[in-house]
Design a protein around this ligand. Structure first.
Ligand SMILES: *[C@@H]1O[C@H](CO)[C@@H](O)[C@H](O)[C@H]1NC(C)=O
Ligand SMILES: *[C@@H]1O[C@H](CO)[C@@H](O)[C@H](O)[C@H]1NC(C)=O
Ligand SMILES: *[C@@H]1O[C@H](CO)[C@@H](O)[C@H](O)[C@H]1NC(C)=O
Length: 276
């Protein structure tokens, strides 16, 4: 009797736990699709909200190059091919928001493709570490999907990933912004082939969003920063040149005055004769 009682209670506990977990997942997370705000048809914009406020916000375009093989005409050899996969707007988006780790899961084409980005925040207790970054990227793909892979391709589902990354390193409390394209090489379970992920027009904040639907201060990527500098260079050069001219004119003017004064001193030529 006791045994039955215990298992019943255990079962009940498990059932309640399961209910809690389901409630936790179902009730609290919402994904807002904001892609319509952009005129770029390849850009995804979305906000993940938890407990009634935004916990992760992101926008970017993504393209993935996947090498694979198709049989050659002699049907003995394999010919190399490359699939160019564009992240579409009708993507199924899920996210996970914790205090020091976040995740973004995008899947499309009936789960034939899944792209996962993993974010990590430095432990604030540690000195000299106050950034967040992407530390892992994972892309899984199904070669039997026909819009991107040719018929005859060696079938199979593969995962390309890379760990221990330091990408998009951004000070805590700020959002990362990068217009320039960034490329990330991943290693595939398909014969260690190199799959390349291209991210562009990126704006991401996976932690510490202060206001619902609003990015915190932007942190521009180094490429954008130098581009900004390049755009400002003519102005800087102009100002420098202007200053240089002013200084040269001033020096010339002073010099001219001084030499004029010097000329004036030995006005009486007879003085020279006596001195000599
Ligand atoms: C949402 O609330 C739950 C329960 O109170 C908490 O565990 C979780 O960390 C909260 N999520 C965010 C993003 O604050
Ligand atoms: C998100 O919005 C865009 C633009 O309105 C639309 O094309 C796309 O299908 C939407 N995505 C989902 C998953 O509904
Ligand atoms: C995240 O925070 C928890 C508790 O604050 C800590 O135990 C854990 O080690 C942290 N994880 C990382 C990856 O820093």
């Amino acid at each position: 009797m006791d045994f039955i009682g215990d298992t019943t209670i255990l079962g009940l506990q498990l059932f309640i736990l399961l209910l809690c977990m389901m409630g936790h997942n179902a009730a609290e997370q919402e994904v807002e699709n904001l892609s319509g705000l952009s005129s770029n048809p390849e850009k995804n914009i979305f906000a993940i909200r938890e407990n009634g406020t935004t916990c992760l916000m992101a926008e970017f375009s993504a393209r993935i190059l996947v090498p694979y093989e198709v049989p050659s005409s002699n049907e003995v050899d394999w010919n190399p091919e490359e699939a160019n996969i564009q992240l579409p707007r009708d993507t199924d988006i899920k996210g996970k928001c914790w205090s020091n780790e976040s995740e973004l899961h995008l899947s499309w084409a009936d789960n034939a493709y899944t792209l996962k980005l993993f974010f990590l925040k430095d432990d604030p207790m540690k000195p000299y570490s106050n950034n967040w970054k992407i530390n892992k990227v994972q892309f899984s793909y199904d070669v039997s999907e026909r819009t991107n892979f040719k018929t005859g391709a060696r079938p199979g589902r593969h995962t390309a990933s890379r760990q221990h990354l330091s990408l998009m390193v951004t000070p805590i409390g700020m959002s990362y912004e990068c217009e320039a394209t960034e490329r990330i090489s991943l290693t595939s379970t398909d014969q260690k082939k190199t799959v390349t992920l291209f991210l562009s027009n990126v704006h991401i904040q996976p932690f510490d969003i202060q206001r619902d639907f609003v990015y915190s201060e932007d942190y521009k990527c180094p490429t954008d920063q130098s581009k900004q500098l390049e755009e400002m260079l003519p102005l800087i050069l102009g100002i420098t040149l202007g200053l240089a001219i002013v200084i040269i004119l001033a020096v010339y003017h002073i010099h001219h005055k001084m030499t004029a004064n010097q000329v004036q001193i030995p006005r009486d030529r007879s003085l020279y004769k006596h001195m000599g």
